[in-house]
Design a protein around this ligand. Structure first.
Ligand SMILES: Cc1cc2nc3c(=O)[nH]c(=O)nc-3n(C[C@H](O)[C@H](O)[C@H](O)COP(=O)(O)OP(=O)(O)OC[C@H]3O[C@@H](n4cnc5c(N)ncnc54)[C@H](O)[C@@H]3O)c2cc1C
Length: 292
């Protein structure tokens, strides 16, 4: 990659992306980097922009389907310790984008701060959750975001206050940006009570997910006032299998990748669900899953 020589050691060429995603599918990234600190991240972003190389951020890969062709650009993962830090300052939790959402929730509860625990059970990183405005049981992560630090293509860091960020149902206008840290504004609360609430939610949400399948995805957004799982059941597609990909036979909204599954099979199954739901129920099912 045409980068300053002192960044070369950070870049891996033709890195397979499948192991970084929950579905375990897809081809390689032309370039792949795991910067160890914010300075390296900023320099990578700037160098890629100067060379005209597209950049994509990868969190925990729980909401990405990579096509077999892979991605002809630079994929950056912010899982390094200094980009996943969790600091409490007053009622704020300041989280590195690479921090696991589950760790951010536990850290907030430990500090007696409530708000994030309502999102328990959602896999992934803080960056992925905020960009996609992850939500569960009516609680959206965007509602507790106070500010987001992003890296611009010239390598500078910009702080966006909440009033300058648009959050919608499972989306935000941060898509395409590079999220570095997120400042959450939380409410003081009793840590024991928060823990009790978290444990209850965790049990309920675990029970609503396929227990014995590691390679799963939740591809659709629940439409307003409806539930994707119910719609899939109504059109008779619960448990449907296409090649090595199926919809779960108990929890219909989950897509399961079996051994040998391909991205084309995933896309075919998704298209067929959307087509049937649209034809039989006149509902336009939107995708939550990001297709690379
Ligand atoms: C079993 C299961 C249950 C789920 N349950 C829920 C649920 O209840 N509610 C819900 O909302 N979602 C749910 N999801 C979807 C998924 O977990 C969330 O969307 C999650 O927030 C994605 O985070 P991630 O780190 O895995 O993101 P990734 O899959 O790595 O990336 C998703 C998108 O975010 C972008 N991104 C990631 N990090 C950054 C960053 N630092 N800067 C800029 N962009 C970034 C990526 O480029 C990509 O476009 C579920 C998924 C699974 C597999």
């Amino acid at each position: 990659m045409p980068l300053p020589a002192d960044l070369d050691h950070l870049i891996r060429n033709d890195e397979p992306l499948a192991p970084y995603t929950w579905l375990g599918i897809g081809g390689p990234a032309r370039y792949f980097a795991e910067p160890t600190d914010r300075e390296e991240l900023c320099r990578l972003v700037k160098a890629a922009a100067e060379s005209g190389i597209p950049v994509r951020m990868l969190g925990e890969g729980s909401n990405v389907l990579v096509r077999e062709a892979g991605f002809d650009g630079l994929v950056i993962n912010t899982a390094a310790a200094s980009l996943s830090s969790l600091d409490v300052q007053g009622n704020r939790l300041i989280a590195g984008s690479g921090a696991k959402l589950a760790h951010a929730i536990t850290r907030a509860i430990g500090a007696g701060l409530g708000g994030l625990e309502r999102l328990t059970g959602i896999p992934g990183s803080v960056g992925g959750a905020v960009v996609g405005n992850a939500s569960a049981g009516g609680a959206e992560i965007g509602s507790v975001v106070a500010a987001v630090e992003c890296v611009n293509s010239d390598g500078t860091v910009e702080t966006l206050e909440r009033s300058h960020i648009q959050f919608g149902h499972r989306k935000s206008d941060l898509g395409g940006r590079i999220v570095l840290t997120v400042h959450f504004e939380l409410e003081p609360a009793d840590a024991t009570e928060l823990t009790r609430r978290l444990q209850k939610l965790w049990i309920v949400r675990r029970a609503a997910r396929p227990a014995d399948q590691p390679r799963i995805s939740l591809p659709f957004v629940d439409p307003d006032g409806a539930d994707a799982a119910n719609l899939i059941e109504q059109v008779g597609l619960k448990g449907t299998r296409r090649g090595n990909v199926s919809l779960d036979s108990h929890h219909a909204a989950y897509l399961v990748a079996h051994s040998g599954a391909t991205s084309d099979e995933v896309l075919e199954l998704i298209e067929s669900v959307r087509e049937q739901v649209s034809r039989q129920l006149a509902v336009d099912l939107q995708l939550n899953l990001k297709i690379w």
